[in-house]
Design a protein around this ligand. Sequence first.
Ligand SMILES: [Zn+2]
Ligand SMILES: [Zn+2]
Length: 349
Amino acid sequence: MKVAHFTGLRELKICEVPEPKLNQPEAVLLRIDRVGVCGSDVHYYTHGRIGQQIVEYPATLGHECSGTVVEVGAAVKRLAPGDRVAVDPAISCGSCDQCRAGRVHTCRNLKFMGSPQQAPGAVAEYYVMPAENCLPIPDSISLDQAALVETLSIGLHAVRLGEVYPAARIAVLGAGPIGLSVLLCAKASAPCTVYMTDLLDERLQVARQCGADWTGSARDDDVAASIAAQEPSGLDLVFECSGDPACIDQAQQLLTPGGTLILVGIPANTVQVSFDIHTMRTKELTFKNVRRQQGCVAPVIRLIGQRQIDPNPLLTHRFPLAEIREAFELVAGYRDGVVKAVLDVSSAP
Ligand SMILES: [Zn+2]
Ligand SMILES: [Zn+2]
């Protein structure tokens, strides 16, 4: 089968390797149909590491995928060959203190698809996955949309942590795939007002298509002042989705006393960020951190299936596997209005 091997910074090639064998009764063999290119994949591609996670070459990448079941293990009852699935890429151990406490996303022994030294990347024609990580999708959901389910599930997890309630006044700082996922999930959860900022006008346009009530360019304007002019008493919730430490400062200014900042974005080049202790203290702000998601994959499939979330505005580009380099370079360069580029691995409709 074909698999993408990353061999150095900005270097990759498509190689021919043996297909993986189904070797566990609780696993399934999947044909991988689509793989979304994630900001984290691109960061590994251009920098070779994220924090303490360091790539060893040759590496495989990718975790946002949809597929079709080819073969099921003897103990698998819930899936059958031919089922189309969205994949939850986080394989938890089920037995550590975190798993036993229901926090499978902070499992001590987590194996995440395409993370260095954890589990192989999804950019391959076939993949063996625990059946419980494969969630069937209805006919109304396309394989492209299913490749967005993991990204959307992070948005839903953030929205649940933020406890979005009716009439909440919200800012989402950063309109990349994660910020847009927060927007879609917030709007699907409760009627609320969402202010959205980004450096890229194309992304703000997508944000308006996805239901943002107001958008402002962080490049040209003092967006915090513009939002404050419309919401003089401040916002209830701010979702920081840009990873830019400057936005953390902005968020603290935007929040109303008693408000909550939800940190979703991953600062790529910084280990430490600072907080204004007096703003935090006098406004009695709450900060919450998001580690990917927990239990939100099935609810997102339901929300897309019921048309409460329309992820199509995020699906801006699709490339055949042979053009994987173009896909990664496009996302790395934020070119051509890209929000989510999807690799079409199987050519299945
Ligand atoms: Zn991702
Ligand atoms: Zn565990």
